[in-house]
Write a protein that binds this ligand. Structure first.
Ligand SMILES: [Zn+2]
Length: 396
């Protein structure tokens, strides 16, 4: 058991306790007690005084690719199974070091993230909880050859049905599909819908029969609306969502938008990328439109998840990048950014019973931040002082 003394709490991220200074008792799995600061007098275990630092629930990244060491698709696509495996493990550990305890892998080669989860189950590694999608499904498209190991190519409802079932057969949790073109693909047009309605519906049918759901890569307004109509649970990126799409998502509790600020910042900053030819220029052209569309969706009050599409190199060099991206690019409030990274994403991922807030009985996944991120989100640029996860204490 561990006693965390003198924790500063943010009321919106705490349940069942209303003061903003607390002492918190945890064990390897759960939060056992939250008491007013200084009120626990006898304790048999490790005591850590966090001296007024802010304590947050573990963060979510609902859109990552853990094999993505850098934004160089050609290099990534030429890696073999062994290299991909070690890179993926290293990235997942860096996520934990920065306070992320739940990740949704939006596509990887060789089902490598499934392998990580199996290794953790055997007790030989400790990595965040990873919701895995396996290979990303896509129709035949120019540019697919840049992603030979990531994509599963299919055409027509029957082939997509088979491709979706193969991901679940391999032990993955959810299905990822490319609904529109991509920025980071030389010939991709982000505004263009690349999949047909009957193809999308057959994938959703496979997922629903197995009690799971589909996440869809969708930038263009038409692709976003098609994805919502066909019953996808999450709209990834959502860069060019229009007012009609926003209205369709408003007040829905089964379909959500997951913006990914990190990849947008990284693709427009020459110091941060080594992109395929033309991708950076393409990102610049759409920059203002993306900022306006995502901000409009936010102002309409949509509940949004926390995604990043980050690569390991930029993620490691620039801690807190997604938190910063959401204020610099999308003009979200600091508190809403923190809610997106925790409570909202836990609800979207269907894990709110165990995660997303600090509450007695929930998972003992806690992040200690020096400073007050609800008043100044830029304190997230410094790695957390402590991260607690499954009995491991990580100190920075
Ligand atoms: Zn992605």
């Amino acid at each position: 058991m561990i006693l965390l003394k003198n924790c500063r709490l943010i009321p919106e991220l705490v349940e069942g306790f209303s003061e903003n200074r607390a002492d918190i008792v945890i064990d390897d799995t759960s939060i056992l007690n939250i008491a007013p600061a200084g009120k626990i007098h006898s304790f048999n275990g490790q005591i850590i005084d966090v001296m007024g630092s802010t304590v947050l629930p573990g963060f979510f990244d609902l859109h990552t690719h853990l094999y993505m060491t850098e934004l160089n698709m050609l290099l990534l696509d030429n890696k073999n199974e062994v290299d991909t495996c070690f890179d993926t493990y290293a990235f997942s550990r860096e996520y934990l070091r920065q306070g992320y305890t739940t990740l949704r892998d939006a596509g990887c080669p060789f089902h490598v993230t499934r392998g990580l989860m199996k290794a953790r189950k055997r007790g030989i590694i400790n990595v965040p909880d990873i919701i895995t999608a396996g290979h990303a499904l896509t129709p035949t498209e120019s540019g697919n050859d840049e992603y030979k190991h990531l994509y599963e190519v299919a055409d027509g409802p029957d082939e997509f049905r088979k491709a979706a079932r193969k991901q679940l057969e391999a032990g993955n949790d959810i299905i990822k599909v490319m609904v529109t073109g991509a920025f980071l693909n030389e010939s991709g047009d982000p505004g263009q819908t690349i999949i047909a309605e009957d193809e999308l519906r057959s994938i959703v049918d496979v997922a629903r029969r197995k009690g799971t759901y589909v996440m869809g890569h969708a930038h263009g307004a038409d692709g976003i609306k098609l994805a919502i109509r066909c019953g996808l649970r999450t709209i990834e990126h959502g860069c060019f969502i229009d007012s009609e799409g926003i209205a369709m998502l408003k007040d829905r509790d089964d379909c959500f938008m997951i913006p990914t600020g990190t990849v947008s910042i990284a693709s427009t900053d020459e110091n941060m990328n080594a992109l395929v030819d033309g991708a950076s220029e393409k990102s610049h052209i759409y920059e203002e439109q993306e900022k306006a569309c995502v901000n409009a969706a936010y102002r309409a009050g949509l509940k949004m998840g926390f995604g990043s599409d980050a690569d390991y190199a930029n993620f490691k060099r620039r801690p807190g990048l997604e938190f910063i991206a959401r204020t610099d690019w999308y003009d979200f409030s600091y508190l809403d950014i923190l809610l997106q990274a925790t409570k909202n994403s836990a609800e979207i991922a269907g894990m709110a019973d165990r995660k997303g807030t600090i509450k007695v009985g929930k998972a003992s996944e806690l992040v200690v931040i020096e400073g007050n991120p609800d008043e100044d989100i830029y304190v997230m640029r410094k790695k957390p002082r402590y991260v607690f996860f499954r009995g491991e204490i990580i100190e920075n």
